[in-house]
Design a binder for this molecule. Sequence first.
Ligand SMILES: Cc1ncc(COP(=O)(O)O)c(C=O)c1O
Length: 491
Amino acid sequence: MRRRALREEPLIFERNQLRTLRQGVLLPSLDVADIEPTAVLPPDLVRDDVPLWPDLGELEVVQHFHRLSQLNYAVDEGLYPLGSCTMKYNPRINERTARLTGFADLHPLQPDDQVQGALALMWELEEALKTLTGMAGVTLQPAAGAHGELAGILMIRRALEERGERREVVLVPDSAHGTNPATAAFAGYRAVEMPSGPEGTVGLDTLDRMMTDEVAAIMLTVPNTLGVFEHRIVQIAELVHRRGGYLYMDGANLNAFVGRALPGRMGADAMHINLHKTFSTPHGGGGPGAGPVAVSEALLPHLPVPRVERTDDGRFRMLWDDPSSIGALRGYFGNFLVLVRALTYIRAMGADGLRAMSDVAVLYANLVRHRLRKAYHLKFDAPSLHEVVFDDNRQAVRDVHNTDIAKRLLDYGFHPPTMSFPLIVHGALMIEPTESAPPEEVEAFCDAMLSIAREAEENPELVKTAPHTTPVRRVDEVRAARQLKTRWTPD
Ligand SMILES: Cc1ncc(COP(=O)(O)O)c(C=O)c1O
């Protein structure tokens, strides 16, 4: 068992009712004139009531939050095989570089000559991403993968406008991440779903039929969310280009082939990279990410501003204006400290390390596939890259479903896989071990999954009522979704 016993305790804001008058902070006495709040603030923003601060000493606060953190599961604790999320380890050296004062304490309005190191870092990261993708240019601005998708599709829209074309449709395969159709709609297009063929990939006949002169772009995830590589990608790109469209490649799964293949050579026009997946960063829980976009020559003029430039004397400057650019996508330069972590990771791994990384990611996914395939059903039995998608078909005959399997995994001390996605696999269990876990951990996860498959046969009730060992048992998910309460208020 991984955890010690956990205690029930009130929230920190409920503790203040004890009125112990303990204090966590001693403020220095006021040595300037005391000002009435209404003298400096608009009266309607001044409140009379005293907030209910908890009366707690520092140690109590530290212990409370430390105990709460123990209720959580983290990459630093064990395998986190959440498919499509690439929950890899964030090496500590990333944190050391991100904390260097020369990076951490910068202000985005500092003049270029005071932040040459930061600009050099961004330039180097762009160059590294160009090398790793084989594309002509990169923007580091987007704050996440979905934001990168928007940047890419807006650049495609702009390129079409320059050609005097509008086009209305973006094609999105049915295996795509939900952000793809949402992006197309957000950028003003109609997202039209393309059915996958029997191997889970895009069929050339289907594309030929659907790729009309109304189609601005196809958004293709490579490898797709089934973990299957679009092996006809070059023919797909040729067909799309022949009909005047663009190939948007969702590169969120770059971890599967970085260092082994170049999207630029496959014919991609734009591709986002989730730095917070492939190039590590503390991930999950909604922390900041970064979704740089790499583009082909065709879209180069439309990259967002500001853009970092290297001048002839080897110095760096920010370019803020460019009439052919789609403009700025967010304030300033992106989530800069995520960029610091990504370049640290790339440099620490080196070219050989990055190649080994994707090799091991693919090896582990295939290890899981090989060990579990007799116990769990595989709807699409094509070769896997970085992840493998099983379903609960075999267990469903005993009324055990993917949620039950995921909950039972918690009893074995593992984070569950992604469930019910992609939508084309009913009862999906999508497993992405990533390369960063030790092999014994991947084997232990497989042992747990096999043991659960046996339990589903012999004692289905045990699985259906899981988890049994966690501090919070099975939650009422429908009620949690319908009666969402995210803010504590006093009674
Ligand atoms: C295939 C794919 N596309 C797009 C995204 C969206 O990325 P983000 O969550 O950073 O917006 C993800 C997220 O993991 C993904 O797996």
